[in-house]
Design a protein. Structure first.
Length: 230
């Protein structure tokens, strides 16, 4: 599974060289060149890791980091700080960054940090997909048989509900827009509306939530979409 990296950096030269190098290392890289664009991308799509510059136009890296964590995005973040910005490092780590690197840095050092962070990251999409089952609360989802259980009681999922739940599990912690869910779970050839997503989420909640009126696992993120936190 190719790891996806989001590079939020405004120096065109650095964006170019880093994107190129990371791509050659086998990562799928996307770049955003200001804080607003980076935040929007990071909140909308799942990434395995985010490289986040501190000094950015429109919204600085510290704000982006804090906003992402507040939205429940738990993607590992490596902050890129300028020399001497010691305060930024401390604040960045407090705001939820996982690591930092001071500019100018050797690319090899950055690659090592990225690798270390990806190894340490909790099971992400790739590893979940390889696992046989996933458990949250008293719910267990068996990926081999495509079945779910609440304790010993079997949950009867419709095919689409199961696919949706599995997609949520594989992207847990990420806010997923209705459009993304439609594209990835229903596919382009389908003709459903975003309302279809809401209906299926409601059905899923009936099956997996202890109290479907007050979801604990499958949360509505107003104005953005849904997030699975089981
Ligand atoms: Ca910068």
């Amino acid at each position: 599974m190719i790891k996806r990296i989001l590079l939020i950096e405004d120096e065109p030269g650095l964006v170019l060289t880093l994107s190129d190098r990371l791509a050659r290392e086998g990562y799928a890289v996307q770049a955003a060149q200001d804080g607003e664009a980076g935040l929007a991308k990071a909140a909308a799509e799942p990434f395995d890791l985010i490289l986040l510059d501190v000094m950015l136009p429109r919204r600085n890296g510290l704000d982006v980091c804090r906003d992402l964590r507040q939205r429940g995005v738990e993607t590992p973040i490596i902050m890129l700080t300028a020399r001497g910005q010691v305060v930024d490092k401390v604040v960045g780590l407090k705001l939820g960054a996982d690591d930092y690197l001071t500019k100018p840095f050797e690319t090899i050092e950055l690659l090592a940090r990225i690798e270390a962070r990806l190894r340490r990251a909790p099971a992400q999409a790739a590893t979940t997909a390889e696992a046989d089952a996933y458990q949250f609360g008293d719910i267990r989802v068996d990926f081999r048989s495509a079945e779910g259980y609440r304790g010993k009681e079997r949950l009867d999922f419709f095919a689409r509900e199961y696919q949706l739940l599995r997609y949520f599990i594989e992207h847990r912690g990420a806010t997923l827009s209705r459009d993304q869910l439609l594209n990835d779970v229903w596919g382009y050839d389908a003709t459903p509306s975003t309302r279809t997503v809401d209906v299926h989420v409601a059905w899923l909640r009936q099956k997996i939530e202890p109290n479907p009126r007050h979801p604990r696992y499958l949360l509505t993120i107003h104005g953005l979409g849904y997030k699975f936190v089981g």
